[in-house]
Structures are given as structure tokens and as C-alpha cells.
Design a protein around this ligand. Structure first.
Ligand code: IPM
Ligand code: MG
Length: 368
């Protein structure tokens, strides 16, 4: 019998954001609601504004109330931010600043971006079947340091015209904590970490390599190798199956995670988790796709897979997380596709229908 003591209410802050954000988030919330109806887990949802929508309503990308809400949450679910209307704004007034502000203020230093191929989507990739069959890798990207955040930065006037500059720095502590995340995750996977840097040129990378090598000694059962970022970019398209966990800094991780995403055929499929000591945020890897916003054609699967990550990493509900992941795979096996992954002979469905199909499967998974 269920008693109130085993009912856990998890406070989720939902930031739908811009473009297709609201549509895809609605489907992920639908799936979480099905989990709540069919388990002891309970959620409360509170909505906040961030990105272009916040710029429009309040003139800033990340209002203080939104940040407060997130700081008091058990997890944040973000749709997407970005809107070409604000493209000419100065950088502190661009929608993307909401994302960077949340990462910084919530201390979300570890970004997990898994790239796993769903067998039924093998033909959607631009790469040959034999190259991508069975890929299952995880990019662990440092998210609150490196060139995105280091000081000094700016644009200054010089006698030779303007000069734009940024700084790339990493200290031992920042490298250690992200390396530990990568090694711990590798322990639960195929026990291989590839650390990616540019140590042949950059001092920050030389320290990175030294510290990662040091941390690796605490994980003797995990194999560590190092790759320069240019080589890694090449290896990802040459032989992606060699990778298990890719550990890298903020900028290299930004680039390599898009490349890894595309191996699987559609960036519309990939979830992410951004984790810190106290907070966590989950979001699809894709952007706000303003060109298709409001048309009901966006693929909600990345956002739905992001709430599976939420269940796994924030709420330790592995069974529910797997129920969602298996449901996504089943719906794809049954031939349902949104426009971005449509193939001949499949059934084209809307964002909402895709959400309903997954929600229905999750219900069945949990009740069998
Ligand atoms: C990402 C995005 C962001 C980043 C942008 C939108 C600021 O590309 O999450 O990968 O560069 O980190
Ligand atoms: Mg990116």
C-alpha cells in the first residue's frame, strides 16, 4: 500500500524559452506527468522565463526571479533560448546569456552529452552504416570555465583599430572536478576516458593533461588516453566506435558535442544534463529553431530524453529513466517519425503526437 512517506515531491522549474522550446518542453512535461501517475514519484512544476521571451517581457535575458526559482528547485528543465530578433544586441543582452548565466550562477560545471545511435535511425546519419553502427559515447564538457568565462575579455580600441580578446585559463581545481565526473561515469560504462586538449600549443591544455593524468591514478580500472582536439574531430568521423567517455574543456566540448550529435543522424534526438554540486539543469542539445517554431513539427525526443537524464542523475530513478529511453526506442521502431528524421515508409507525426506516443509507451512499460 502506498503511504504518504514514500511519496516524494520533486520541484521542477520549467523554462520553455524561445522558438520550439515551449512545444518540446510541453511533451517532456507530459511524459513526466505519466511517470508521476504511475509511480510513487511526484512532481511540482513551476514555470519561469529566460532568453528572448525574458528580453521581450523584462528587457533582460535572465531575470532575478527566474534565477531564484532555479536555485530553489530540485531540477531545471530548459527548452531552448535564442531568437534572431536579438542577434544585433550587445552580448549581455542576447538570449544566449540566459544559458551562460544559469550555468555560471547555478555552478553547473559538468555538461553530459550522450550520443547514442537508435538502431532504427541508422539510415538518418550522413555516415556509412558500418562506421556508426553501435556508437554509444558520452561527451563530458567542462561548462563554467575556459574561454567562455575567463577574464580578461572584451573589445578595446587600439591604435591599429579595435581588438577583440578572450582568455583561456583553467586551474587545477576546475580540471580535477570535471575529470572526476568523467572517470566516475566511465566506471559505469566501458571504462575508457579520452581526454581532449591542445597541449601541443596551449599552456592551459598542458596543465589540463597533467591534472587529468594525476586524477586517472585514482581510477586504475579506467583506461585513459589523450588526443589533440583536431585529431579527435577527425577520429569522430573516421572511427567513432573507439570512444566511450570524451572529457574536454568548454570550447572544445561545444564543438565536438555538435559533431558527435550529428553522427547519430539528427541533433533533434540528443539530450543533455548540466550538473553542479547543488543544482542541475536538463535540456535538449538542439537550439530554438525559430524557422519551425509554432508549426507542431519539432522533434520533442531530445527533450523527453533529457527528462530521462533528470530522473537518472537528479532523482536516482534508473528504472523510470530506462522506461522513457526504451519507450523512445519502441516508438521509433514502430516507424513513427517527426519531420527531421522522416524516412520513406515511416509515419510522419506532429510534435504532440510524438509526445503522446512516448507517454503511452511509458505507461505500458511501467505497468508491465
Ligand atoms: C551549447 C550552445 C551554447 C554554448 C550557446 C547557445 C551559448 O551552443 O549549449 O552548446 O556555446 O555553450
Ligand atoms: Mg553548442
Amino acid at each position: 500500500m502506498k503511504t504518504s512517506s514514500n511519496i516524494k515531491v520533486k520541484k521542477i522549474v520549467v523554462l520553455p524559452g524561445d522558438g520550439i522550446g515551449p512545444e518540446v518542453v510541453a511533451e517532456a512535461v507530459k511524459v513526466l506527468s505519466v511517470i508521476a501517475e504511475n509511480s510513487d514519484l511526484k512532481f511540482s512544476f513551476e514555470e519561469g522565463i529566460a532568453g528572448g521571451v525574458a528580453l521581450e517581457q523584462q528587457g533582460i535575458p535572465l531575470p532575478e526571479e527566474t534565477l531564484k526559482l532555479c536555485q530553489q528547485s530540485d531540477a531545471v528543465l530548459l527548452g531552448a533560448v535564442g531568437d534572431p530578433r536579438w542577434d544585433n544586441n550587445p552580448s549581455h543582452l542576447r538570449p544566449e546569456m540566459a544559458l551562460l548565466g544559469l550555468r555560471e550562477k547555478l555552478g553547473l560545471f559538468a555538461n553530459l552529452r550522450p550520443a547514442k545511435l537508435y538502431p532504427s535511425l541508422i539510415d538518418a546519419s550522413t555516415l556509412k552504416k558500418e562506421v556508426i553502427e553501435g556508437i554509444d559515447l558520452l561527451v563530458v564538457r567542462e561548462l563554467t570555465g575556459g574561454i567562455y568565462f575567463s577574464q580578461p575579455k572584451g573589445i578595446k580600441k587600439t591604435p591599429n583599430g579595435e581588438c577583440g580578446f578572450n582568455t583561456l585559463s583553467y586551474n587545477t581545481f576546475e580540471i580535477e572536478r570535471i575529470a572526476k565526473v568523467a572517470f566516475q561515469l566511465a566506471l559505469k560504462r566501458r571504462r575508457k576516458v579520452t581526454s581532449v586538449d591542445k597541449a601541443n600549443v596551449l599552456e592551459s591544455s598542458q596543465l589540463w593533461r597533467k591534472v587529468v593524468t594525476q586524477v586517472a591514478k585514482e581510477y586504475p580500472t579506467v583506461e585513459l588516453n589523450h588526443l589533440y582536439v583536431d585529431n579527435c574531430a577527425m577520429q569522430l568521423v573516421r572511427n567513432p566506435k573507439q570512444f566511450d567517455v570524451i572529457l574536454t574543456g568548454n570550447l572544445f566540448g561545444d564543438i565536438l558535442s555538435d559533431e558527435a550529435a550529428m553522427l547519430t543522424g539528427s541533433i533533434g534526438m540528443l539530450p543533455s544534463a548540466s550538473l553542479g554540486e547543488k543544482h542541475a539543469m536538463y535540456e535538449p542539445v538542439h537550439g530554438s529553431a525559430p524557422d519551425i517554431a509554432g508549426l507542431g513539427v519539432a522533434n520533442p525526443l531530445a527533450t523527453i530524453a533529457s527528462v530521462a537524464m533528470m530522473l537518472r542523475y537528479s532523482f536516482e530513478q534508473v528504472k523510470q529513466a530506462e522506461a522513457i529511453e526504451n519507450s523512445i526506442a519502441s516508438v521509433l521502431e514502430q516507424g513513427y517519425r517527426t519531420k527531421d528524421i522522416m524516412q520513406e515508409g515511416c509515419h510522419l507525426v506532429s510534435t504532440q503526437t510524438m509526445g503522446n506516443l512516448v507517454a503511452e509507451q511509458v505507461k505500458q512499460h511501467l505497468n508491465t
